[in-house]
Design a protein around this ligand. Structure first.
Ligand code: ZN
Length: 197
């Protein structure tokens, strides 16, 4: 059962393809609700081809420092409009899972922390079927995944899960500096990263 508020399809999709989209969404929702106990209420928009995706990305480029990478050309989550946009012709199951995880992560976290948490849990929940994972460049590893892994080792997965949903507070001053950076205001964080790269 699809409990997302709405599913918008911007393009003509063949019936079998549409079935695949629905099954991916349903399975991702199922995995997320079993693991986190909640599922996203974000709307989902399905589009086709690089041009339609680009229009979606450009029209939403607002306050968030969108980092361009491969995954963004396949799927994005707009926290402001509470919408998830997926390019169905290239999206793997892992893209659906990744964005639907974004859909339950607290809006109050910084952009880099949300990204790190979404990646961490995407990898965690696909451990036994790695082939469904989205491909990602190595800077995603350095910038996001590595510090969140460190955080998880310190506080444990259960607390990290609650924290991702916006429950529980972390006193970040006690953590290593790359973990602390996840908590910086995003403008500052990205300015700093640009400066060092
Ligand atoms: Zn993401």
């Amino acid at each position: 059962m699809n409990t997302n508020k709405s599913l918008t399809v911007l393009t003509e999709i063949p019936t079998e393809e549409m079935q695949k989209v629905l099954i991916f969404i349903e399975n991702a929702n199922q995995i997320i609700s079993e693991y986190f106990g909640v599922r996203t209420s974000f709307d989902i928009v399905i589009c086709h081809g690089s041009w339609e995706m680009e229009i979606q990305v450009i029209s939403r480029r607002r306050e968030q420092p969108l980092q361009y990478d491969d995954t963004k050309s396949v799927a994005i989550t707009d926290y402001h409009l509470k919408e998830i946009i997926i390019r169905y012709d290239v999206a793997k199951f892992g893209h659906y899972l990744h964005e639907l995880i974004h859909g339950i992560i607290s809006k109050n976290h910084s952009q880099q922390l949300r990204e790190g948490l979404a990646w961490y849990f995407t990898l965690k929940l696909t451990e036994r079927c790695r082939y469904v994972r989205p491909k990602y460049p190595s800077w995603i590893d350095n910038l996001y995944i590595y510090p969140v892994k460190k955080l998880a080792q310190i506080i444990g997965d259960d607390f990290l899960k609650d924290f991702a949903l916006g429950n529980g507070v972390i006193q970040e001053d006690a953590f290593p500096s790359d973990v602390q950076e996840l908590f910086l205001p995003e403008e500052f964080y990205y300015a700093k990263k640009r400066y060092h790269n």
